[in-house]
Design a protein around this ligand. Structure first.
Ligand code: PMP
Length: 404
């Protein structure tokens, strides 16, 4: 088959590939402790499921408006007003099949060949390929651990060119868990105010899986002068354990939203009607599920951070949000496994964990973070504890010289 050039430019998501490898090993009878999972291990709350069943029974089974049902749009507007004091009318709200699709359509709607998108690294695996698939050029800016894995105003200013169309800001971030403070967002905004051709795509999908006191800040609210250039994306997948329902949204400039709706009208027509009813119930209904799951995630985060930092050669910082740890494994690189193989990279290290300890993690280079690997703590404390014990054993077995 002759695939188009745009498909040949990209690759399947490494997290999907890792999940496939875990499934294969399990089917061969291996007991794998899987720390690759990018979704909550909780079930969707009962009242959300009930709203979906009600919608089916009430006949809400037809196409909806391209830009989503009025009920869902009003629920989204309600969240943004309550959370960030942001007013948004219907012309500014796009609803799609997951935040992933909304982000893809935003890039498709705005990029021409050679347009640049600044992607701070470590990044969510999909951004660079989404940019490439839409004829753009990802401009990856390294944000080292010493800077909290965050983009600084200096690095941002240095990366902007006349071709820059977007800066992507994922906060709290996948895979780092780092989040920008209001002061950091304000400082980035001051750089952006000088470059009117640049828009900012904020990916706030983990905003409610959040461990600090004050709410997660949002760039559009921190610097209202930039609000017309921010496209704020979010969804219900992570917060309400609704990854399979596929509802996400984006809020921002009306011209962009119109373009996204045009593309959506020629692709999916609209997101699932039943899922939209469920998402509206999730956003407007009781929020105890969110409080309870965040309490559980926090306990797992604290326990796992401690276990990892107790392993000689590994270290990680404490994430502000999300359910991932980005673990520094530079201390293991350059060492030899008991069978004599040299660990040359984070990818070799991840393979060693899988082969010697049956622990599946995702190597950092997939996120633009060589020398690291990602752990998801969206799994039980028992699995996390056992996995960390096996990781410790795998590290203890490494030596500076090959066994003779
Ligand atoms: N952004 C980030 C940073 C993510 O980690 C994910 C899910 N892996 C998404 C967006 C996509 O979420 P959705 O299920 O809404 O498409």
């Amino acid at each position: 088959m002759n695939t188009a050039e745009r498909v040949r430019r990209i690759k399947p998501s490494p997290s999907t590939a890792a999940a496939q490898r875990v499934r294969e090993l399990k089917s061969q009878g291996h007991t794998i402790l899987d720390l690759t999972v990018g979704e909550p291990d909780f079930d969707t709350p009962g009242h959300v499921k009930a709203a979906a069943i009600e919608a089916i029974e009430a006949g809400e089974t037809k196409y909806t408006p391209v830009n989503g049902t009025p009920r869902l749009r009003s629920a989204i507007a309600g969240k943004l007003l309550e959370r960030h004091g942001l007013e948004c009318n219907d012309a500014r709200i796009a609803v799609g099949g997951g935040a992933k699709q909304v982000i893809f359509l935003a890039l498709m709607a705005t990029l021409d060949e050679g347009d640049e998108v600044i992607v701070p690294a470590p990044y969510w695996v999909s951004y660079p390929d989404m940019v490439r698939a839409n004829d753009g050029t990802p401009v990856v800016v390294d944000c080292p651990e010493a800077d909290g894995f965050k983009l600084t105003p200096e690095r941002l200013a240095a990366a902007i060119t006349a071709r820059t169309r977007w800066v992507v800001l994922n906060t709290p971030g996948n895979p780092t868990g780092s989040a920008y403070t209001p002061a950091e967002l304000h400082a980035l905004a001051q750089v952006l105010l000088d470059h009117p051709q640049v828009r900012v795509l904020t990916d706030e999908i983990y905003d409610e899986i959040w461990y600090r006191e004050e709410d997660a800040p949002s760039l559009a609210a921190v610097e209202p002068r930039l609000a017309e250039r921010v496209f704020l994306t979010n969804g219900v997948s992570k917060t309400y354990a609704m990854t399979g329902w596929r509802i996400g949204y984006g809020v921002g400039p009306a011209d962009l939203v119109t373009a996204i709706n045009t593309l959506q009208s020629q692709t999916s027509s609209c997101p699932s009607s039943v899922s939209q009813a469920a998402a509206a119930a999730a956003l407007t209904g009781p929020q105890d599920f969110v409080r309870e799951t965040v309490r559980v995630y926090r306990a797992r985060r604290d326990a796992t951070v401690k276990l990892i930092n107790d392993i000689p050669g590994l270290s990680c910082t404490v994430p502000d949000g999300g359910f991932y740890l980005l673990v520094n494994c530079q201390g293991a690189i350059g060492k030899f496994t008991p069978s004599g193989s040299l660990i040359e990279s984070d990818e070799d290290f991840a393979r060693h964990l899988l082969d010697s300890g049956q622990v599946a993690v995702i190597h950092g280079a997939a996120y633009g973070a060589p020398g690291y690997f990602r752990i998801s703590f969206a799994t039980s404390t028992d699995v996390l504890t056992e996995a960390c014990a096996r990781i410790a054993t795998a590290c203890a077995g490494l030596s500076s010289a090959p066994a003779t």
